[in-house]
Design a protein around this ligand. Structure first.
Ligand code: NAD
Length: 425
């Protein structure tokens, strides 16, 4: 069955889909195209190992809190498992499972020698002091250090964690296993981090947006953009796209959206973010809601905050013709089908936001060689890897008449399946 057939039979769901069910659906669609037998599907989709751990921690006021932490190690057929660590109040095992699986397909689609994993702690980091966050991180690593490491599973930042968190993790892991900065990526540059890692995911979204427009014969200056989320991914995507002359009409964060029909002053907003930690209180633009931002009359949307923001209730209001999935799983599958059928070109998360894991790979390589690359080399290699992956996905999509998402999953599944076959049972 090809996507044209799928398009005639849209996904009908009368309930919210759990994140892992959405990934399973995309996987099955690509596996149908590849005519993969069910016993192989089961082996590829099921996680190798799932850890749920207790994280007891003393708060600043002396209270004891017991949090729950997760690490799901999905697949290691192509190399050590790799994936971020998320601190967010919505984190649960199902979400971590979905994100771990996405990491396997993401590392495979950009063809770097890793498998996939993901971790997280169910907590609201905004309500914690820096010292509390450090204690939580160290306690979590006490629980999982035995299951992670440079040749096994290498965590990295995700929502709610940053370079400083990675330094705490490295320090705690090394207490058990000795010096080895390759045990974690996304570290500060002065602590064995890679130049260009912090900007990599957002920059990658920009590079791919550029490639997409070029393929379709459009110019950046004619492509008005709205970006949801102004954290690591959204702010760096905004910076790169602004420098590349895309007009950015709106950006948002958890405090709401900021809009100017003539284009926002992105350098000023980045300075504001640096000074205040969020866009709350920024007054040089019209205030809109996150929901209004998604429905703006723009050519391109870059959802770069949380999952499932475009769904059955708001999909008909989307006017953009291109969507670059900076966040993981920002579209509900029903909305994905609907928009695809209506001609919207969607660059899927497993390709669109793969810039981060790609530069994490460069960081790991540099750590293992005790050698540091300059920023130009990082940027050039990033562009090369993402451009190659984009061209392969585009080609597959044309050859098989499938969406870019199905094409990306097909390439990834083929690579993981081949590595599994070569590894034997
Ligand atoms: P972050 O914590 O740095 O930033 C998140 C941003 O989203 C913030 O601006 C926050 O205010 C905003 N936000 C949070 N909840 C929101 C809501 N309900 N509505 C609107 N905005 C909201 O996180 P990040 O690292 O930028 O990650 C964002 C997304 O990108 C996540 O889905 C993450 O999994 C994905 N991602 C991140 C990386 C990376 O390298 N950081 C790599 C690949 C994918």
């Amino acid at each position: 069955m090809n996507d044209a057939a799928t398009a005639n039979k849209p996904t009908k769901l009368n309930r919210p889909l759990k994140p892992n069910e959405a990934v399973q659906l995309y996987f099955d669609r690509a596996a149908d195209q590849l005519e993969l037998p069910s016993e192989i599907r089961r082996r590829l989709i099921m996680a190798r190992r799932e850890l749920t751990v207790q994280v007891p921690v003393e708060m600043d006021d002396g209270r004891m809190e017991t949090l729950v932490g997760y690490r799901v190690q999905h697949n290691n057929a192509r190399g050590p498992m790799k994936g971020g660590l998320r601190y967010h109040w919505d984190v649960d095992l199902d979400e971590v499972r979905a994100l771990a699986s996405l990491m396997t397909w993401k590392t495979a689609v950009v063809n770097i020698p890793y498998g996939g994993a993901k971790g997280g702690i169910c907590v609201d980091p905004r309500k914690l002091s820096r010292k509390e966050l450090e204690r939580i991180t160290r306690k979590f690593i006490d629980q999982i250090h035995i299951a992670i490491g440079p040749d096994v599973d290498i965590p990295a930042p995700d929502m709610g964690t940053n370079a400083e968190t990675m330094s705490w993790i490295r320090n705690q892991w090394e207490k058990y296993h000795g010096f080895n900065p390759a045990c974690i990526t996304g570290k500060p540059v002065e602590d064995y981090g890679a130049k260009g890692r912090e900007e990599a995911t957002g920059r990658g979204c920009g590079i791919l947006a550029f490639k997409l427009l070029k393929r379709l014969g459009h110019r950046p200056a004619d492509c008005r953009i709205a970006i949801q989320g102004f954290g690591n991914v959204g702010s760096h995507a905004a910076k790169f796209m602004h420098e590349s002359e895309f007009p950015i009409l709106a950006v948002s964060d958890i405090s709401g959206g900021y809009y100017n029909s003539n284009g926002l002053n992105i350098p000023e907003m980045l300075s504001y973010l640096l000074k205040h930690g969020s866009l709350e209180g920024y007054s040089e633009a019209d205030k809109i809601s996150n929901e209004e931002l998604l429905a703006l009359d723009v050519e391109m949307l870059v959802p770069s905050a949380v999952g499932n923001v475009i769904h059955e209730e708001n999909m008909r209001s989307i006017k953009a013709r291109f969507i670059i999935e900076g966040a993981n799983n920002p579209l509900h599958p029903v909305a994905d089908d609907y928009l695809y059928q209506n001609g919207v070109v969607i660059l899927p998360d497993i390709l669109a936001n793969a810039g981060g894991v790609t530069v994490s790979y460069f960081e790991w390589v540099q750590n293992r060689q005790y050698y540091s690359w300059d920023l130009n080399r990082v940027r050039q290699q990033l562009e090369y890897i993402l451009s190659t992956a984009f061209d392969e996905v585009w080609q597959m999509s044309l050859e098989r008449n499938v969406s870019l998402r199905t094409a990306a999953f097909m390439i990834a599944i083929k690579r993981v399946n081949r590595a599994t076959e070569l590894g034997g049972s």
